[in-house]
Design a binder for this molecule. Structure first.
Ligand SMILES: [Mg+2]
Length: 182
């Protein structure tokens, strides 16, 4: 159990957490964005329980030239409108367009996107934050910043000893966050 109060911030990875991950590919068009089970209703509940909910997502498809940041914006507009249909919202969406081998400071596990969020919301306290993700780099990102971490199990990612080590909680769906916080 992770004990929270209304001052806490929830950081969410996107692919594999909010929407279905495309194996070895990228969500490049709004039509390719398919929300995971019960995500919008879960985020509507998180909006009541947390001070803010922010998305931090690596999107190197832009760095590879497979899509533009304008295309990604249209994907995120669709995400926001699908959430809004359930009365849910996210306070910010931060993405890192840079390549994995670029030495990027914004790409998870580096903390650049958390710093961007804190620049926009100075009240963010990383020690009162939870990072939810489906890869080891999400967990490393959270732990480096002093956050609590929740791992979402998928078929695409092995649950290694390192995952166990870096996770405060392990769940199957984003909505299950509600079962591991109090
Ligand atoms: Mg992911």
């Amino acid at each position: 159990m992770i004990k929270i109060d209304k001052n806490w911030t929830l950081f969410l990875d996107r692919d594999g957490v909010i929407n279905e991950r495309i194996p070895k590919g990228y969500v490049m068009e709004p039509d390719q964005l398919v929300l995971e089970v019960a995500v919008a209703d879960a985020i509507a509940e998180f909006n009541q329980l947390f001070a803010r909910v922010v998305v931090v997502t690596n999107q190197q498809g832009i760095g590879k030239g497979l899509m533009t940041s304008e295309q990604l914006d249209t994907v995120h507009e669709k995400l926001r409108s699908e959430l809004a249909a359930s009365g849910a919202y996210v306070d910010g969406i931060y993405y890192c367009p840079e390549l994995a081998d670029s030495g990027s400071k914004c790409r998870k596990p580096e903390g650049g996107m958390a710093m961007q969020a804190k620049a926009d919301f100075p009240e963010i306290d990383f020690s009162k934050s939870i990072m939810v993700g489906d890869t080891i780099t999400d967990l490393q990102f959270g732990k480096r910043l002093g956050m609590k971490t929740i791992f979402i199990r998928t078929e695409l990612e092995e649950q290694t000893a390192e995952v166990d080590e870096l996770s405060d909680e392990i769940i199957d769906w984003l909505k299950d966050v509600l079962m591991v916080i109090s």
